[in-house]
Design a protein. Structure first.
Length: 217
């Protein structure tokens, strides 16, 4: 289209005769068309890259958010496991306490039957047994607390992982936006460069036309 317009302009200027002015008009028209194409191509490329970068950033952020949600679910599960360990340990300790009471009652019954109840040896033996039974109960609770602590540590790790994933997602999106803006800027710079080259080429063609028009016929 630029070539046709340029040729038409040249024909009018030269009175319909193919002259140097006609050739110059065609050259200018072609240059204008080429410049317009270069400008449009640079701008389109920049905005297209921006859209691609944004889509990539959104995909990365979505994946990071998914991983963060998985980590948060694991954190919840670990905390629930810790509570379950404590509750289970308390239940085992209570059962052990009841069993210890039953055993002590049997021991006291046997002692009473043998007629040695209240003797110093039996009193010491009962105290030792009570102390041992108490230690058994405390050990059960302690083991439950140790198991619960492991689950709590795992929960803390999952919480940290969730925060890290969320941060990575935000960084990916910010990086994509930055690269997108850079692509648009590059497109505009390319368009400006193409426009500058077009102006320079047009000016050169115009000066060439002026110089040729001064040549005596």
């Amino acid at each position: 289209m630029g070539l046709i317009i340029g040729g038409a302009i040249g024909a009018v200027v030269g009175g319909g005769v193919f002259t140097a002015a006609t050739a110059t008009g065609a050259t200018i028209g072609a240059a204008v068309g080429g410049v317009a194409t270069s400008i449009a191509s640079s701008l389109y490329s920049g905005y297209q890259q921006q859209q691609q970068m944004r889509a990539q950033g959104e995909a990365q952020q979505a994946m990071a958010n998914y991983n963060a949600q998985v980590a948060e679910n694991q954190q919840i599960a670990a905390n629930q496991s810790a509570k379950s360990e404590i509750m289970a340990a308390e239940e085992r300790s209570d059962r052990q306490k009841r069993e210890n009471k039953r055993l002590m009652a049997q021991q006291q019954a046997l002692t009473g039957t043998s007629g040695t109840i209240g003797s110093g040896t039996n009193i010491l033996l009962e105290e030792d047994q009570l102390a041992e039974m108490k230690l058994q109960q405390l050990d059960i609770l302690h083991q439950g607390e140790l198991a619960a602590r492991q689950h709590r540590l795992a929960a803390m790790g999952h919480a940290s992982e969730a925060m890290g994933q969320q941060f990575m997602g935000q960084q990916a999106m910010e990086g994509a936006k930055y690269r997108g803006r850079s692509a648009v800027t590059s497109g505009w710079m390319g368009a400006a460069g193409a426009a500058g080259q077009g102006v320079s080429s047009g000016f050169a063609s115009y000066m060439n036309y002026k110089n040729q028009s001064r040549i005596p016929r």
